[in-house]
Design a binder for this molecule. Structure first.
Ligand SMILES: Cc1cc2nc3c(=O)[nH]c(=O)nc-3n(C[C@H](O)[C@H](O)[C@H](O)COP(=O)(O)O)c2cc1C
Length: 323
């Protein structure tokens, strides 16, 4: 039977299927279900910079923010630390904590508390929509690097940075993030685009789950960044099926993260995905994840330009015109 073990951020995982940050990973019950269904690791929902500036950070202070099963969004750091500690006590898979912020500040010190509470690694999600014309791309990136350096200084555990795809030179930024102390990259976070309600004349906060079509973006960048700097790569956005998992592993990912698929189908969705992954590996005579990882990365394929612009015209021209 195929061996699904993989390494991510220096951690040994029994499976490359990882549950990324979502409400499902925000309760002990959800985390247990994910472990039982076969998750190789779990990423807790983010603790947000905004929550860390509100004075809610007295551990054990407010009785309403200490219950582990209610560490949902905005519940504050005490509930978060409690969930993390309980997850560490009751799960045997790695538990990755997540911090979300936009700028360097006092909140970064909370990374230390997450490490002390037992997090196996930290995922830093820098979510920033730059809308000021006066702010250059270089300044935005410097801000990211500042945050990463500050968090790196605060902790000794492995650090992954979860990025958006919206950078003009992602490979360059990735290299700088590694220099700043990132041990891995999560490609990508998915920004929720506001919609407009044209009857109520309002802006709507619209959250729609992803589909497999969106896999293409992380697939390309995982393939391009595979085996540069020796860092870990996690694919996030659009991983729904075993076929999606095979694709990101072939591109060079160490783990395939899922949120939308698990929210839509429940934690047990991991079981058929694992079965079909094993089946694919058996049919293609791969015994380990190591053997197949990166087999179709940019460095491995005969036409590396396929991941860049070269096939642009051919691809457009190949589109059949109907009607
Ligand atoms: C309801 C919901 C909550 C999420 N919460 C977080 C979060 O707290 N921190 C984070 O880094 N990403 C969060 N994400 C993003 C997911 O972890 C994931 O990166 C994104 O949904 C793309 O993956 P998918 O295509 O598998 O859904 C959330 C996504 C959803 C749908």
């Amino acid at each position: 039977m195929a061996d699904l073990r993989t390494r991510y951020l220096g951690l040994e995982l029994q499976s490359p299927l990882v549950a990324s940050a979502s409400p499902l990973t925000g309760s002990l019950d959800g985390l247990r279900k994910l472990e039982v269904a076969g998750a190789g690791a779990v990423v807790l929902p983010s603790l947000f910079e905004e929550e860390l500036a509100t004075g809610q950070d007295q551990v054990g202070g407010d009785p309403d923010v200490g219950r582990a099963d209610q560490a949902g969004y905005g519940a504050g750091p005490a509930a978060y630390l409690s969930l993390l500690e309980q997850a560490k006590a009751s799960l045997s898979i790695p538990v990755i904590a997540s911090l979300n912020g936009t700028s360097r500040g006092g909140w970064v010190r909370h990374a230390t508390r997450l490490e002390q509470a037992g997090a196996d690694a930290l995922e830093l999600n820098i979510y920033y929509v730059s809308s000021r014309p006066g702010l250059s791309g270089g300044e935005v990136e410097e801000n990211y690097l500042d945050v990463v350096r500050a968090v790196r200084r605060a902790i000794g555990i492995p650090l992954a940075v979860k990025l958006s795809p919206y950078f003009s030179s992602l490979a360059n930024l990735a290299g700088q993030l590694v220099e700043a102390g990132a041990n891995g990259l999560v490609l990508f976070n998915r920004f929720y685009q506001p919609d407009l309600d044209i009857e109520a004349m309002e802006v709507l906060a619209a959250l729609e789950l992803s589909s497999s079509v969106e896999l293409r973006l992380p697939l390309r960048w995982i393939a391009i960044l595979h085996r540069r700097w020796g860092i870990s790569l996690a694919a996030s956005t659009g991983v729904h099926t075993a076929e999606d998992v095979v694709k990101v592993l072939l591109a060079g990912a160490d783990v395939a993260m899922m949120t939308s698929a698990l929210l839509h189908n429940g934690p047990d969705h991991l079981r058929p995905v694992e079965l079909r992954l094993r089946d694919w590996m058996d049919r293609h005579r791969y015994e380990t994840i190591d053997q197949l990882r990166g087999q179709l990365s940019q460095r491995s394929v005969p036409d590396p330009a396929a991941f860049e612009r070269a096939n642009y015209i051919k691809t457009l021209a190949s589109h059949a015109v109907s009607g």
